[in-house]
Structures are given as structure tokens and as C-alpha cells.
Design a protein around this ligand. Sequence first.
Ligand code: SF4
Ligand code: SF4
Length: 270
Amino acid sequence: MSDGDSGNGRQPGDADERPRVAFFDFTGCEGDQLQVLNLEDRLLDLVEVVEIVSFREAMTEHSEDYEIAFIEGGVATAHDERRLTRIRTHADTVIALGSCASFAGINALRNDQDFERVKERVYGEDAHRISSYPVARPIDDVIDVDYEIPGCPIDREEFVQAVTALVNGAEPTIPNYPVCLQCKFEENLCAFERGETCLGPITRGGCGATCVSEGTHCWGCRGMVEDPNEDAYTAVLEAHGLTTEEILDEYQLYWGFEREQRAVADGGES
Ligand code: SF4
Ligand code: SF4
């Protein structure tokens, strides 16, 4: 509880039993919070069942009394680490919102690059002012995380389902099947058949194969499925004249941190 905070904000006899929810942003584009705001009318339904006590994009009030914390963005600075630790002490349930928070996502693009050059490219002559860590990390590298809602940005329906589950005392779940499954349901022509590559076979579904349905391919924004069938995927790549390394290099876009962790786990260099 913060200094000066009078407590939980409720008075004795207060009948408001709604769980108190806070949103926080770290290093990211805030697109996931925008997805929540874009719920529009459904957001009004949500505030019937939860009380939002902190949400910088939507309100000026802030309370440090909350049970559920949604955290968007990854970890970039020592200040981020301290702030996350503080949030964890307040929240009963912490949920990573979006891919940057869940697995470092697009922030990790820089992880295998010369950080000084990255800073110069982005900030030019002000690069020396940036005190960020050279490696982007997900929030579970700092604190325990109870659930993740991946996506870049998140799927609004998946967010609503997670809140509904929490309010009903259930555990939010996310799919663990590959994007290909939904792609088949959508009757899309496979990107490989169009001569493109695609991360759909090992990317976590739940997005309705949106990108393929819109005429492109899966970039892997929801992270890998658990235990991806890499042998089968490698066979697909080989059948199209590609190696695993070639395609994973192409799709460093989202998986930089995961790939480093896997390399370390496999005994390779990070
Ligand atoms: S386009 Fe991608 S997601 Fe769809 S079936 Fe082919 S490999 Fe799978
Ligand atoms: S198709 Fe792939 S890149 Fe597109 S939204 Fe789904 S998981 Fe993300």
C-alpha cells in the first residue's frame, strides 16, 4: 500500500465486491491497452463486474489497492524491475498483457544486435541519454506471473474471456494449438502454397489466423505453442527448400528472447 493511501478505498459496510483491477504499461507501444479501450460498449459491461482503479490511458485516478494487475510491455530498465516488484506485492493476480510482457516480443529484436548502434539508429545524438538494458526481457524474468494473454496486439475476445474467468473464480486459459488449425477452419490457401513462408505451424493459435486470412502469413506474434513439433515443421521447411535456421532468422521479429532461452537451455550460446 502506498504512503498516504488510506487503505483499500472501501468503507466498512461497503457492498462493492467487484475485484479491483489495475493496468500498467512498461516498454511497449500500449496497443494492448488500446485494444481494451476499443471494447467500447463491452467495456461498460466489464466495469459492471470489475472496478478499474488504475488505467493511465483512460483515467487520472490511481489507487494502489487492487487484486488483479494487467501489465503491458517488457522490462527495459532497473526502474522497470523495481516498479514490477512493487506491483507484485500489491496484486494477488498478475497477468502479462501482450507479447512484449509475455515473452519480450518485438522488443527483443535488439537482443542479438550491438546495443550502442541500436540506440544511435533510434535516438541519434540523444542516444547517450538512454540508460536501458541492452537486452529486452519479459516480465516473468523479474516477477512471478500468473497468466499470459499473448498477441501483438492482444485479441479483445481473449481479454474478455480472461476477465470473465477471473471474476468467476476460474483460471484463464489460452489455446495451445497452432495457427494452422484455425487457418484450415478459415479455408485459407496455405502461405507455403503461395510460395511464402509462415510460422503458423509452431505459433500459438487463438487469433483466427487473422494475418493469413488477410492475405499475408503468420509472423509468430502470439509466441510458440508449448512443445512445438519442430520435426514436422522442419520437414515442411525442407520440402520448401528452407532450413529451420533460415526461417527462424527471418522471423526474429518476435522470438528473439525465446530463442536465446532455448539456446541456453540446449547448451548453446545465447
Ligand atoms: S498459411 Fe501458415 S498458418 Fe495457414 S496453414 Fe499454411 S502454414 Fe499454417
Ligand atoms: S496469424 Fe500469426 S502473426 Fe497474425 S495475429 Fe495470428 S499469431 Fe499473430
